[in-house]
Design a binder for this molecule. Structure first.
Ligand code: CA
Length: 375
């Protein structure tokens, strides 16, 4: 893994060098580059500033800083004895796509139960009075439509630099939120755990992508605001050490982390980060026949599979849409976790992960790289 990070970084440096060469002679100042700087001891914003860097985030829970740096400062900082690494702050993508070209503009007049909600037997759990009440779920995504008639948003935060609210300007986040907790009322759809407290943590922009540094800020916010569950329907093939440290810190604080396995398809190990981390519940996608979706990532870190093909849920603009992706499977699992916690909030993240895996309906020999411990 280290070798891979180094080679990625080498390419990054080469690209930077080309850029610097191409812009030589131009009057425009050399463009700064987004990086995440890891420190061996306490993080040092003054050091970054002294190298001409602009600090965008100084994290509380990990010794790291996100900054924009002049390219020549990268090598200088890497030589500093207090600096562990300087890595690119790359963009991470949402991993669900609409299967219909446009969302339906008008809510369906009567509530219907989407197939995935029925498949995981959520209504039977509600009949026992367990609907997620008192559990706080942070949806790290493109935001949530705060005016949707079928959703209730308890709060949130935004870390996308170009916006001033956690309202959803993409649709993906509202779709994931509805899978977790669309209201059990007379309209639209119903989610897995309709009474959870939903928090919109906007870390992805209107195009569905966001910098790793924004996602780390979203996890930090979730720790500081006592979230019980973090649902992450995004992924990347690369990572930086501070990302895992932040995730491990959240886990250590008792937060259950759930992530989409990725839409990279089958292979020896195609699971994306953060799902690939051992402390995260990695969720693959199945269809209504319990067959793995062609796009669902596979590998030894896969925990479980959940419905993720042709899923109807809420969408931005007080509407509804049908989408597919492991992005849709992740909130089915996150909602299930919320139900488990609302029944017994003493469960640790490890106990939740094990219980989820142990109660999954096994598909083939388990665990396996395609279905994990099952559905
Ligand atoms: Ca509803």
């Amino acid at each position: 893994m280290k070798k891979k990070i180094l080679s990625t970084f080498t390419i990054f440096i080469i690209v930077l060098s080309c850029f610097a060469f191409a812009s030589a002679g131009s009057v425009a100042p050399t463009e700064k580059v987004r990086v995440i700087i890891g420190f061996k001891g306490a993080s040092d914003a003054a050091l970054v500033n002294a190298h001409g860097g602009e600090v965008t985030s100084q994290y509380q829970y990990v010794s790291a800083i996100a900054a924009s740096l002049p390219p020549k400062a990268i090598v200088a900082l890497q030589k500093n004895p207090n600096v562990a690494y300087v890595e690119p702050d790359f963009e991470v993508q949402a991993i669900g796509k609409p299967v219909k070209p446009t969302p339906s503009p008008t809510p369906t007049p009567t509530q219907s139960t989407p197939w995935g909600i029925a498949k995981i037997n959520a209504p039977a759990v509600w009949d026992n009075g367990v609907e997620g009440l008192g559990i706080k779920v942070a949806v790290l995504d493109t935001g949530i439509d705060t005016n949707h008639a079928d959703l209730s948003v308890a709060g949130g935060a935004y870390f996308v630099r170009t916006v001033r609210s956690y309202n959803d300007d993409n649709g993906h986040g509202t779709h994931c939120a509805g899978i977790i907790a669309a209201k059990d009322n007379a309209i639209g759809v119903v989610g897995v755990a309709p009474l959870v407290s939903l928090y919109a943590v906007k870390v992805l922009d209107r195009t569905g992508s966001g910098y790793l540094s924004w996602i780390m800020s979203g996890i930090e916010w979730s720790i500081a605001n006592d979230m019980d569950v973090i649902s992450m329907s995004f992924g990347s093939t690369g990572t930086v050490p501070a990302y895992e440290t932040m995730i491990n810190t959240a886990y250590g604080e008792g937060i259950v982390l759930v992530a989409a396995a990725g839409n990279s398809g089958s292979g020896t190990d195609t699971v994306n980060y953060p799902a690939k981390y051992s402390k995260v519940i990695a969720v693959g996608a199945t269809d209504d026949k319990d067959v793995i979706a062609y796009f669902s990532s596979t590998g030894p870190s896969l925990s479980v599979v959940a419905p993720g093909v042709a899923i109807r849920s809420t969408y931005k603009g007080n509407s509804y849409a049908t989408m597919s992706g492991t992005s849709m499977a992740c909130p089915h699992a996150a909602g299930t976790v919320a139900l488990m916690l609302s029944k017994n909030n003493e469960l640790t993240p490890l106990q939740v992960k094990e219980a989820l895996q142990n109660t999954a309906v096994k598909i083939g020999s388990t665990p396996n790289n395609v279905y994990g411990y099952g559905e």
